[in-house]
Design a protein around this ligand. Structure first.
Ligand code: FNR
Length: 184
């Protein structure tokens, strides 16, 4: 069986991040047709066009790495009703130089996770707009807005909320089918 390679990009650098915990739960509950790998984004120099003529090695490696995946799963918090700058920086880095974006055409999905009650809809929606510009077909259904995150995990960071666990399984099944439709 050929597995589809999926990059998991988490928009929080925090050690005890609920988004990281949710991302791990999504990976653990993914169908076997997917092979998922976390992408590090916290080590990337801040994007400046000045660096494009002689890009930092971490940018080059990041762009190559992104290129090697069949699809991307974004798991993001909401900062001030949008997604965090660290995630925007990673997206910008791999979108350049102009005309050489390595995101283009890769199917994606967005899961937003917050301690708040609104499920970080603002972050998800802003990110969706960016991915549309980048030409990344992004799954529309099911949507994933995970609120009240502090009540979903145990002290070891494991997702213990039964309904969220069931949702994680069905979401990843749908995402696998979504990616398959774009990968020949
Ligand atoms: C937040 N938080 C937050 N939550 C939310 O639902 N909507 C928002 O607009 C914001 N804004 C915001 C701004 C900044 C700068 C911070 C640091 C936090 C709270 C946020 O949901 C909470 O800190 C999460 O725990 C962040 O995700 P991780 O780090 O746990 O994955």
């Amino acid at each position: 069986m050929k597995q589809l390679k999926i990059a998991v990009v988490v928009g929080s650098l925090r050690k005890e991040s609920f988004n990281k915990k949710m991302a791990h739960a999504l990976v653990e509950n993914a169908p076997e047709t997917l092979s998922l790998e976390f992408l590090e984004i916290g080590n990337l120099d801040l994007y400046s066009e000045d660096l494009d003529s002689n890009p930092p090695q971490v940018w080059v490696e990041f762009r190559d790495k992104v290129k090697s995946f069949d699809g991307v799963l974004f798991v993001t918090p909401e900062y001030n009703r949008s997604f965090p700058g660290v995630l925007k920086n990673a997206i910008d880095v791999a979108s350049r130089p102009w005309g050489q974006s390595v995101w283009a055409g890769k199917p994606a999905a967005i899961v937003s996770v917050t301690i708040g009650g609104l499920g970080a809809f603002g972050a998800s929606n802003h990110l969706r707009q960016v991915l549309a510009f980048l030409g990344m077909p992004t799954m529309t259904q099911p949507e994933a807005y995970i609120g009240n995150a502090m009540s979903l995990f145990d002290e070891n960071g494991k997702l213990t909320n039964e309904s969220t666990l069931e949702f994680a399984k069905s979401y990843m099944k749908a995402f696998a089918q979504w990616v398959e439709t774009f990968v020949k």
